[in-house]
Structure formats: C-alpha cells, structure tokens
Design a protein around this ligand. Structure first.
Ligand code: ADP
Length: 454
C-alpha cells in the first residue's frame, strides 16, 4: 500500500477525533495537487466514493486561466464536471498539518466514468499497464531539486521577485555545515514526508547557493509520481509554515544553475529480479536495457516537452552547469542527457538528466516509458556510450526552445500511438498557449534593456 492509512484506520481516527480533515486531491497538467478539504466525517460517510471538480482543471495554465483552443472543454462546452475518484490505496496521514489526512484521486468522465485520457495519472497508468502486459514493472526514482530563499513566499511576491536572496551565501553542494543551518526547514520536510509514508532517503545541499535536493527511494512508477507530487506540495507547505519561500522553477536566475528532476529508470520482473541486469554483458546491461535505452535516445527530442514544459525550462540547458544539452548516453558521466548508473550491479539503471524540477512526473514518466517500450518493440540497437565532455561533442542537441519541443511532440508518431492523438493534441495546445502568452507579455528584460537606450 503506497499510503500509510487504511480506510478502516481512517474511520477509527475520525471517530476518535484524531483526524478531522481529508485533503481530496487530483493532479493537474502542471503536476500540482488540486482538490477539496473535506470534513473527515463527510469523507468517510460519502465522499470516499467520489466527488467532483470543474473540468477546466485539466485545461488551465499555471495561473488558472481558461485557456482557449482545447477540444476537451471550453466556454462553448460549458466547462462541466469531472468525477474525482479517491484511490484509497494512497490514503495517508499528513503530519505537518494538524488532524489531516490526504488521498489522491483519479479523474473520470462525468457521464461514463472512464478515466479522462489526458489526465496525468491516467496517462502514466496506461504506459505502466503496457509494460505489465510485457511482463515488467517500471521502477523509477525522481531526484528533485529546488532553491530555498531567506524570505517568505508572501514577502518575495510583494518584492516583485526582485533582489531574492537564497538561504545560503555560497555553493552548498554536499556541505554539512551550511545544510545544518537549513535544518529547520529540511528536517521538517524529511520527517514530515516520512510520516506521510513517503520513503525518504536523504536531502543534501546542491551545487548552488540555497539549492537543495531531496531523494526518495525508487518505487513503482505510479507510486514514484504520487510521491513526487506530494513532495513538492510538502516542501512548499513546510517552507511556508517556517516563513520561507522556495521555487521549483527550472531556472530562477540566469546567473545561477538550474534545478532538475533526474529520472532513474529500471525494469524488473514480477518476481523482483532486475531485468536490466545481465552480469555477462558490457556494463552489466541486459539486451532489454540496451533496447529500452536506445528507445529513450531515439525519441528524446519528442519526449522533451514532457520533461521541460515551460518557456523557462529551456533556459536551464546551459553548458557547464550539470544540465545536459545533448542527446547521448554515457557511463557515469554527468554531461550527457542519459547517464548509466549502478554499472555492473543489480542496481544498474538509466538516469534521464533532461528534465527540470518544473516537470510533471506523471507526464515525464509516461513519455519515457513509451519511448523505452518503443525501443524494446523495435529491438533498437544502442550506440556505444559517449565519452568525454558531451557539451562539446558531435551529438544531437536537446530541443533548445519550447517551440521546437512542441513541434517534435506534435510530429511524434511514437507518442501518438502510445498516448493517443487526443492526448498529444491536448499537450501541444498547452505548449502553444505558453508560447502565445510569452509572446504577448512585455517582460522586465525588454524594459530594462530598451527603456532609455532604444
Ligand atoms: P546518486 O549518487 O546519483 O545520488 P543514488 O544512489 O542516491 O545516486 O540514487 C539516486 C536515486 O536512484 C535514488 O532515488 C534511488 O532510490 C534511485 N535508484 C536506486 N536504484 C534504482 C533502480 N534500480 N531503479 C531506479 N532507481 C533506482
């Protein structure tokens, strides 16, 4: 059970007054928790079966704008309802909020109760089911990075996000002393998540001032995505409660490195054997792993949108920053888009380094699994690993802009076959809307550059 609270235990905790609130959450296109705060009594009496939300929740942008141009919903269609169906296996305690439990929901069509195809959770479940039909479990981990700031979210917003100071005055990669200073927030995050049933491995300082990384133990892809969505929300809530702000933007400042969400991937058999491991093969990589990795590489430009969904995401892809710029794989080399980890061991796995901390984990893993399956189905051959500095290499580039990534997504026969045309078209529209808004809005940079000098 991925959560840590059975429905019977919730009923007891409600009866005793220990729990009075159940957060009933769906995951939106941006990977955020969206939903309602139920009185726990009503949840155990009625709402555990289903509740409802406006179907614009899968058709808004970050600012909850009613975005035109979606086939799934619109003003014309009247913005009706979806069903939110609690997945009781995800029920858990939320230790950092008093008297509170939480459950994740699947999003179903209001009329025929089928899962909505462009719902991120449904998209990942579909790809996991394809792998299961082939006899494999996808075991994944996402390494999430973010920046922690001195001031609160409210103060940063009031300042117009100018003059922002991270909590550290220097690069704190692996630093114990500096991270000791940040324990008021980070210890509360680790322990809070652990108490919510999330298998926290560690947090560490990352390679910039104020940058943090949090690692969660690898798990089945759906559990990893659920954990990721909860971790992001927990980090924000706990930082907020401590009077701090933080950001999962891929690049909050052009002079600082970006924040990533590397995705570690391995396939296992139902009886818990690592199907990516073959001790008799180079690097311990099985033929299956070579095919899967070749699929990731062959389709990397097509899946990039799901790893880098905003205009800002592409500003992270800078040479010499540990963020990749090229599509190649390597053995334990952090300059390449894909890195082999756990070489020659049962933990052998492929790490995709393309994704930023702003990715939606359900979409990212759905797209990566689809690419891997395509490699397996076609028996794609894996090129030899890249060695050296991939920033300088003669290898293909990761799409450099959101527009380029959206074009590759739109033209991807692989993703259209795996996810469905309706789903691909939905997310192409999301990408294009970001670009339309970016083109419309006058930015600080333009004013500062041209106000006096143009
Ligand atoms: P690093 O040295 O890059 O920090 P870690 O050993 O901390 O690597 O592992 C990074 C992530 O990889 C962790 O979240 C861990 O749970 C995950 N991981 C370990 N083994 C596997 C595996 N076989 N498949 C997928 N993820 C794994």
């Amino acid at each position: 059970m991925p959560g840590n609270l059975s429905f019977a235990d919730l009923q007891d905790a409600v009866a005793s007054g220990e729990i009075d609130t159940v957060l009933t959450c769906a995951v939106d296109m941006q990977g955020r928790l969206m939903g309602k705060r139920f009185h726990a009594q009503h949840f155990v009496d009625r709402a555990w079966e289903e509740t409802h939300c406006c179907n614009y929740l899968l058709a808004t942008d970050l600012e909850m704008w009613t975005v035109p141009g979606y086939a799934s919903t619109s003003w014309q269609a009247g913005y009706g309802d979806y069903v939110m169906k609690p997945d009781l296996a995800t029920l858990r305690r939320i230790p950092w909020l008093e008297g509170t439990a939480m459950v994740l929901c699947d999003i179903l069509d209001h009329h025929h109760h089928a899962e909505v195809p462009h719902s991120p959770r449904a998209m990942l479940k579909k790809q996991v089911a394809r792998l299961e039909a082939m006899g494999f479990r996808a075991m994944m981990a996402t390494e999430l990075e973010f920046f922690l700031f001195e001031k609160s979210f409210e103060a940063l917003r009031k300042d117009g996000y100018r003059g922002m100071e991270p909590v550290s005055g220097y690069n704190e990669d692996y630093h114990i002393f500096q991270t000791t200073k940040e324990e008021e927030v980070m210890r509360a995050i680790r322990n809070g998540l652990f108490g919510a049933g999330v298998p926290v491995e560690n947090s560490k300082g990352e390679a910039e001032a104020g940058q943090e990384e949090i690692n969660i133990r690898y798990a089945d892809a759906l559990d990893t995505a659920d954990n990721h969505a909860l971790v992001k929300n927990a980090c924000k809530e706990i930082a907020w409660a401590k009077g701090r702000g933080l950001t999962f933007l891929a690049k909050w400042h052009h002079d600082r490195v970006g924040s990533s969400a590397h995705v570690h991937q391995s396939l296992w058999t139902p009886d818990d054997q690592p199907a990516f491991f073959d001790p008799g093969q180079p690097h311990g990589m099985s033929a299956l792993m070579r095919n899967y990795t070749a699929g990731l590489i062959a389709h990397a430009a097509e899946t990039t949108y799901f790893l880098a969904p905003y205009v800002n995401s592409y500003k992270r892809f800078q040479r010499g920053t540990f963020a990749p710029t090229r599509i190649c794989w390597s053995v334990d080399n952090r300059t390449a888009g894909f890195r082999l980890c756990g070489e020659g061991s049962r933990a052998v796995r492929i790490e995709c380094r393309i994704g930023g901390a702003d990715l939606n984990p359900y979409l990212a893993m759905a797209a990566l699994i689809a690419a891997g399956i395509s490699g397996i189905e076609q028996g794609l051959m894996l090129e030899p690993p890249f060695a050296g500095d991939a920033y300088e290499g003669d290898v293909p580039h990761i799409p450099a802009t959101l527009g380029a990534a959206a074009d590759r997504l739109e033209g991807s026969a692989m993703l259209r076959a795996a996810l469905g045309d309706v789903v691909v078209d939905h997310y192409v529209r999301a990408a294009r809307w970001e670009l339309e808004e970016y083109d419309r809005v006058v930015t600080d940079w333009e004013i500062a550059r041209g106000f006096e000098r143009a």
